[in-house]
Design a protein around this ligand. Structure first.
Ligand code: PGA
Length: 255
């Protein structure tokens, strides 16, 4: 089954809204129509830049979609500092990350939190990008497969077959994020294949075949083609390289 490549740039806690506007304008200028017909492209700014970037994408009909980096579990109320799914949906946010390893490690998001976020994102009509990945210790202990299938199973608990059509998975080995160490294309593919097999088992073969699985962790213009050439890798979740218009556009072109 043909799965359309999907490249998403996770800006993390970088760029003011003014810097974000400049980056999106420059990136969009460098992308050709042929590239954006072939590849879905999203940018995932900090909350403070969402409104500006949404206005830019809508106003100039840019061939990009908008994502957010996190969401609250609750609908609304006394949760100072949190941003709800309803607020994001009102800004035409289409993608929301759930379970990025930085959220899990630094902010203590548990598998149950991640599952609640996935449900909340779906409830408000958006698409979750569920991030999973093993740490270096887990990899060295031979636990990669167990960790991936555990995080996928917990993250997708209670999600319907129909809703799975809106879910994307990002396989991001924690040891490869922001470190310059990319998994070999074969190792990256093995992780993605484990995730696909887990999903086929949890739902069915069709759901497993259809789901878009991105690889993430030090993806650059120079290594994206060999990663994308792997059978189970459908795209990339890009951190550092998404902060440069030249690199991000080159990366989309090479996908
Ligand atoms: P990186 O980040 O590309 O800078 O390694 C990837 C991510 O954390 O999504």
């Amino acid at each position: 089954m043909a799965r359309k490549p999907f490249i998403a740039g996770n800006w993390k806690m970088n760029l003011t809204h003014l810097e974000g506007i400049k980056l999106v304008q420059e990136t969009a200028y460098k992308l050709t129509k042929a590239e954006t017909d072939k590849v879905d492209v999203a940018v995932i700014p900090a909350f403070t830049a969402l409104r500006s970037i949404q206005t830019l994408i809508d106003g100039d009909r840019l061939p990009l979609s908008l994502g957010a980096q996190d969401v609250a579990i609750e609908d609304s109320g006394a949760f100072t500092g949190a941003v709800s799914a309803e607020m994001l949906a009102a800004l035409d946010v289409r993608w929301v990350l759930a379970g990025h390893s930085e959220r899990r490690e630094i902010f203590g998001d548990t598998d149950a939190d991640v599952n609640a976020k996935v449900k909340q994102i779906l409830k408000y009509g958006m698409n979750p990008i569920l991030c999973v990945g093993e740490t270096l210790d887990q990899r060295e202990a031979g636990e990669t497969d167990t960790v991936l299938s555990h995080q996928v199973t917990k993250g997708l608990a209670g999600i319907s077959h129909d809703d799975m059509a809106r879910v994307v998975i990002a396989y991001e080995p924690v040891w490869a994020i922001g470190t310059g160490k990319t998994a070999t294309p074969e190792d990256a593919n093995t992780g993605c294949a484990t995730i696909r097999a887990t999903i086929a088992q949890l739902f069915n073969e069709d759901v497993g075949d259809a789901i878009i699985i991105q690889y993430g962790g030090s993806v650059k213009p120079g290594n994206v083609a060999e990663l994308m050439a792997q059978p189970d890798i459908d795209g990339a979740l890009v951190g550092g390289a998404s902060l440069s218009a030249d690199d991000f556009a080159a990366l989309v072109a090479a996908s």
